[in-house]
Design a protein around this ligand. Structure first.
Ligand SMILES: *Cc1c(COP(=O)(O)O)cnc(C)c1O
Length: 410
């Protein structure tokens, strides 16, 4: 194993009880540990315990924890220019927009503070498009179990069962179709429809893929009716699936694409990309004080340098293959469904109905002296999701599989 994994923590250990976690709003269940530092695939808590992290800030840390390339980019940029404001061009935002436009084949880019804001922007763009070109059509067909974020509009666009009764009334205009069922989409399309919006792989729903044939049918339907196809690549973009964009495996280019998570590699930035035809914002339609500030754009440029370097995506595919094979062997031993997902966005079904959260907590606290903890995500009651750093090593994947088998008693 790497020497880093065994290195003693950079901070003196401090007990969990030392922290007053009561000062934070309890918006989610968190394990009883406070995390203080990390490096690559490794994370340390305040008591000096180390963890092999296959959650990575929820598929955010493209290059792992505290990658030197991002640290250097942030340090250098913070000494040049932090924020001239959205009313002025800055060199980093221009450079990043050019790179994303070139890499996606889309033509215009707008930066946001994260994924939900990028989707919120996509929704506004579609409504503007409807006002300009489709007689005020404003409905956007979205999908059951979809996840597009936690602003009011993106929660309304989401099809997450837990969201149904929260923060009523919802923003109207998001009829829900069934994924991989083109007839269910066609049935919802009418004169008020302006767009269809989906994730290439529904991540939060439990890693459920939109089939390539379905995406091609959607593209055809949108072309026939003049609708915009909006692809939410917040989780699947920036190499997560083994290709730069999730839609590449189907060959279906969207009119609008949103990014977040992996784009900043741990630094909060999202992006909204659109074709020239779809890009209809006029001055005054969209903005945000921190949008496109050069600090976060510098981090995203460092991420893109790494992900587009020769051999990087081949490594993602190789590690994805390794993890998939190891998980498949486990699924076979457990007698559960085939492993889901592509690249380094994978999920494993478990035999017991409510086993995932319990198992994730058991894996966090290693059974054997000297073993690290393993962090995995209980994405559904009976399913674990794995979204490691894209630069995870073969040894680290092998260790994760060994720890997982141990936790399952295999
Ligand atoms: C995480 C996620 C979002 C929300 O992004 P935030 O940065 O948390 O606002 C939106 N869509 C998808 C597909 C996501 O996975």
């Amino acid at each position: 194993m790497t020497t880093l994994a065994d290195a003693s923590p950079a901070c003196p250990p401090q007990a969990f009880q030392h922290y007053n976690v009561q000062a934070l709003m309890p918006v989610t269940q968190r394990p009883a540990a406070v995390f203080t530092h990390g490096r690559g695939s490794w994370l340390w808590d305040s008591e000096g315990r180390r963890y092999l992290d296959l959650v990575q800030g929820w598929a955010v840390n493209t290059l792992g924890h505290a990658p030197p390339a991002i640290a250097q980019a942030l340090a250098a940029q913070s000494q040049r220019l932090l924020q001239p404001g959205p009313g002025l061009y800055n060199d980093r935002a221009v450079e990043l927009a050019e790179r994303l436009v070139r890499l996606s084949g889309l033509e215009r880019c707008y930066f946001t503070g994260g994924g939900a804001e990028a989707n919120e922007g996509a929704i506004k763009l579609a409504r503007k498009f409807g006002a300009l070109h489709r007689g005020g059509a404003h409905q956007i067909v979205t999908f059951e179990h979809a996840f597009h974020g936690r602003t009011l509009a993106t929660m309304s666009a989401s099809g997450k069962p837990g969201f149904e009764r929260l923060f009523e009334p919802k923003v109207p205009g998001f009829p829900k179709a069934r994924l991989n069922d083109i007839a269910s989409v066609a049935a919802l399309v009418g004169p008020q429809t302006v767009a269809v919006m989906l994730e290439p792989i529904q991540g939060e729903a439990g890693v459920i893929e939109a089939e390539a044939g379905f995406l091609r049918d959607l593209r055809r339907l949108c072309d026939e009716l003049g609708l915009l196809l909006i692809v939410d690549e917040v989780q699947t973009g920036i190499g997560r699936t083994g290709q730069l964009w999730g839609w590449l495996s189907s060959g279906v280019r969207p009119d609008v694409m949103t990014l977040g998570k992996g784009l900043g590699g741990g630094v909060p930035i999202g992006a909204l990309l659109a074709s020239e035809r779809a890009s209809c914002f006029a001055p005054g339609d969209q903005g945000g004080t921190y949008h496109g500030n050069p600090l976060v754009c510098a981090a995203a440029l460092a991420v893109l340098d790494a992900v587009t370097a020769s051999g990087f995506l081949e490594q993602v595919r190789a590690r994805g293959e390794q993890l998939q094979q190891g998980l498949s062997a486990i699924a076979q031993a457990l007698g559960t469904a085939p492993v889901r997902g592509r690249g380094l966005l994978l999920a494993l079904d478990l035999p017991q109905p409510e086993q995932a959260a319990q198992l994730a907590e058991a894996l966090r606290l290693p059974a054997r002296e000297g073993d690290p903890g393993l962090l995995v995500n209980a994405v559904r009651p009976q399913r674990l999701r794995f979204v490691p750093a894209l630069n995870i090593s073969a040894d680290e994947v092998a260790l994760a599989l060994r720890l997982l088998r141990g936790g399952l008693g295999l």
